[in-house]
Design a protein. Sequence first.
Length: 132
Amino acid sequence: HSGAISLTYGLPLADIAVMKVGPTIGFQHEQDEGDDTQAGLKLSLERYTPTSFGSTYLLADVSSVHQSWFLLGQMTFAPGNFGVELSRGGSDSYHETTLAFQKRIADGPLSVRLGYKLSSDEVFAGFSINTF
């Protein structure tokens, strides 16, 4: 199990993207190795683009904590209120590629997600909250 919490400051890069930078604290629990907590720096670039069909969203994220990184490409389709995304992430101890579909519930921020982890050969389902 692992996770992180970050406090970032967003810097607009003209109309191209938003760069976010700030401190982060990450934790990792390995059953045979115990707990590991690290403090470090997080940097991300993100770009949201409205389109005629909905929107696109791109994210690149790196952190010095556990040498983690994450890439995401997402397309949403406004008429059907659904989206598709492809992501790839990794760290010192984890790598995964994921394909997921999401369907927004009504007009609120909650979505149902269904996806497949290609590297792990696992299907997953869950919920997400998007306030943008």
